[in-house]
Ligand binder design. Structure first.
Ligand code: GRG
Length: 295
């Protein structure tokens, strides 16, 4: 196993342990909600955002326990977004991470509530002193996550996405949508390490550029996989974008140019890391993973 795979697993095993501890099933009728939150957070995702957070924190020798808490916060928001995205009123997808979507395994109302509770759990995690003893750092983390997840970030991007079949987006419009919907949370995962590690301006600038480029490459790769891969490999329904009449990078550029574009973005992302020298090798490997992954 490569260093990257070992580290990705290490970070995500710890994130899972934290969710397991935080999501103890209560003895009461609300236990259904917590069961549903466990169903999604302890399911088999790639753990890419938690890994990014862990690897960016490593650049600054951040205490691992602090990094894992920030990583769990970003994964909680990511899981909420997937659960809500799969709902019949949104993307209407019955399969996620190789098993029935949450609203199929439980019911729609429970899926809405589990998403809501995962979003608030993220801020609960960040606000706790165990995340960092300095209140200023905790506030910076919460503010950055709120911005990434909210109306000018992920949720705003989702609003555009829902309207996209009617919008006839061009490459610029699609890039803006994806920067908000997918890129903003990936950006937070990288930024969280910089906040915890008190990165200087040049370091933050480099990490912002890196996150921007891998965020876009991640989405382009996702569009290419949506056309290329089988549902069984993706763990979700393949070919959904075309079926829903959505413009994607693959439909705008064609599969080959889209793949080339993702490759260029990854090269560009890696170039941003030069100021960190070899200590950024984990982030370099994460960038390569974006285009080499099979799901
Ligand atoms: C419902 C508020 C709200 C937002 C939804 C992120 C998102 C916004 C929807 C997900 C839909 C989707 C398939 C987007 C494409 C890129 C993406 C975020 C894929 C899923 O992320 P992965 O591949 O998933 O990292 P795993 O399961 O591996 O964690």
């Amino acid at each position: 196993m490569s260093d990257f795979e070992t580290d990705r697993r290490h970070a995500n095993v710890q994130v899972a342990a934290l969710f397991d501890a935080l999501l103890q099933v209560p003895d009461g009728p609300e236990n259904r909600l917590v069961e549903a939150m466990r169903y999604t957070t302890l399911s088999d995702g790639k753990g890419f955002r938690p890994y990014l957070c862990y690897a960016s924190a490593q650049l600054f020798n951040v205490d691992e326990a602090h990094a894992i808490r920030a990583a769990a916060a970003v994964e909680a928001v990511h899981c909420y977004s997937l659960v809500h995205d799969d709902l019949p009123s949104m993307d209407d997808d019955d399969m996620r991470r190789g098993k029935p979507s949450l609203h199929v395994a439980f019911d729609e109302a429970t899926a809405i509530l589990a998403g809501d509770a995962l979003l608030t759990l993220a801020f609960d995690i960040l606000s706790d002193e165990a995340t960092h003893k300095e209140a200023g750092k905790r506030i910076d983390l919460m503010a950055a996550l709120a911005r990434a997840a909210g109306m000018r970030g992920m949720v705003g991007g989702q609003m555009i996405d829902l309207q996209s079949p009617q919008l006839a987006l061009d490459a610029g419009g699609l890039t803006r949508l994806q920067k908000m919907k997918t890129g903003a949370l990936i950006g937070f995962a990288v930024e969280a390490g910089a906040i915890l590690g008190a990165a200087d301006e040049a370091e933050r600038h480099a990490l912002t550029g890196y996150a921007h480029d891998i965020g876009l490459a991640f989405q382009i790769a996702d569009d290419v996989l949506d056309v290329d891969a089988a549902s069984s490999d993706l763990g979700k329904t393949a070919g959904k974008d075309a079926e829903d009449g959505k413009v994607t990078f693959a439909s705008l550029l064609g599969q080959e140019r889209a793949r080339d574009q993702a490759g260029l973005l990854v090269e560009q992302a890696i170039a941003h890391l030069s100021i960190f020298g070899a200590s950024a090798d984990s982030l370099r490997q994460a960038a390569e993973f974006v285009i080499n992954r099979q799901n």
